[in-house]
Design a protein around this ligand. Structure first.
Ligand code: FAD
Length: 377
């Protein structure tokens, strides 16, 4: 049976970043991806924001990997000419009652190591965003936007350059523990199935990370690995009103929120979108329901008083791979070597929701560190 050193399941930004971190001349690294190309699921359906690391509990993996990841991602984008812009973000207190929450974020962001955070008075906010309503705001100069599609292509090119093999239209369909790793059964193009051996295995399967974990014999419900998909829709602001917003504009977050609240993002072409909202779903469909325009309008008009309902048109949707069941507390990323479960060589990456795009390179480095620690590199 053919044997490789490391198999990565999933060619989203996280699987590809792991591939870049692990590939090298003396190591055979294979990425299996069920879609016909890279980043076709969650990675190409995000807000494309490079987060600064403000929201996440201090000491959590989300906080650490976001702060580290944003630095490395900016450097990567410069080096490999991936379009990006440190456009800045304001988190706005719409009323005085919201100010304590915003100041709480200021403190948490500084503890997390997010750089350059400052509080803006109402008049300072007006200077930065003349058409946004609010009594004060937290300003994050290091929050930016990136062309996620170009990022995916650059990571793919870099992985290939480093000698990694990328197998598209190839789905991992079975796993068996062997004395020296795993027997991986895959269904390739044309329904051909074959099995190869791999010493290490990285589960970067996004929305299907629980399915892959279950294939390895992990009890996903007991271990908290069950994915509860949460859909986020976007609506685009039509026409000239897009120029009334200069940067990223976020509301004050609610407690235990499933997203960051419907916010205003700009992409590199200057297009302005509202979203994403957050709804637990059973099926993975990416349709945007036009009847939700009213909810978006009602939640955004406080911040953007110039907005009218007919300014909004349905745009795209993405689905978050959450491991937080409805009504429960926010969970951290799971990045774990499963050696203590008798699965030496298996690295689980589960619940890789936002800020996963920002953190992808830092996650790749962490995976390399875990495999090196276990003498698997
Ligand atoms: C609406 C939304 C907005 C977001 N906004 C931001 C943001 O602004 N900034 C930010 O930092 N993050 C953001 N995120 C989070 C970010 O997009 C994700 O964290 C990141 O894309 C996850 O990447 P991934 O590689 O883990 O997952 P994916 O991109 O989903 O990749 C997993 C891949 O695994 C493949 N796969 C699954 N099972 C198998 C199998 N059995 N065999 C072979 N292949 C398999 C899938 O086909 C898929 O391509 C957002 C997410 C959503 C949903």
């Amino acid at each position: 049976m053919h044997e490789v050193d490391i198999t990565i399941v999933g060619a989203g930004v996280i699987g590809l970043a792991a591939a870049c971190a692990l590939s090298g001349p003396k190591r055979q690294v294979v990425v299996v991806e069920q879609e016909p190309g890279p980043g076709r699921q969650t990675s190409s359906r995000s807000s494309e924001v490079i987060h600064a690391g403000i929201y996440y509990p201090t000491g959590s993996l989300k906080a650490r990997l976001c702060v580290e990841g944003s630095r490395t991602l900016y450097a990567f984008c410069e080096r490999y000419r991936v379009p990006f812009l440190p456009i800045g973000k304001v988190i706005v207190a719409a009323s005085y009652g919201e100010e304590p929450a915003i100041e709480g974020l200021w403190n948490k962001g500084r503890e997390n190591g997010a750089e350059g955070l400052t509080m803006l008075t109402a008049s300072e906010l007006r200077k930065r965003e003349p058409h946004v309503a609010g009594v004060s705001a937290l300003f994050s100069p290091k929050t930016g936007i990136v062309d996620s599609h170009r990022l995916i292509r650059s990571l793919e090119a870099l992985a290939l350059d480093s000698g990694c093999t990328l197998l598209y239209r190839t789905r991992l369909s079975g796993l068996e523990r062997t004395p020296r790793g795993f027997a991986c059964r895959v269904d390739g193009p044309g329904q051909d199935s074959y099995t190869f051996r791999s010493r290490g295995l990285v589960n970067a399967a996004g929305l299907f990370a629980d399915t892959v974990a279950a294939m390895a014999g992990i009890a996903v419900d007991e271990e908290g690995y069950r994915i509860y998909p949460v859909k986020g829709q976007y609506f685009r602001v039509r026409g000239a009103k897009q120029s009334l917003v200069h940067g990223l504009v976020y509301p004050s977050p609610e407690k235990n929120l499933t997203g960051l609240g419907i916010h205003v993002t700009k992409d590199l072409s200057g297009s302005v979108r509202l979203g994403p909202d957050a709804r637990y779903v059973d099926a993975l469909d990416y349709d945007v329901d036009p009847s939700h325009a009213r909810d978006f309008f009602l939640s955004a008009r406080g911040l953007l008083p110039f907005l009218e309902e007919h300014d909004l048109m349905p745009d795209t949707a993405g689905i978050r791979p959450k491991i937080q069941p409805p009504g429960t507390a926010v969970r951290d990323f799971v990045v774990r070597h499963e050696a203590d479960r008798g699965l030496e060589g298996l690295i689980s990456l589960v619940g890789m929701e936002s800020p996963g795009l920002t953190a992808c390179l830092a996650v790749g480095d962490l995976v390399r560190g875990l495999l090196a620690e276990a003498d698997l590199l």
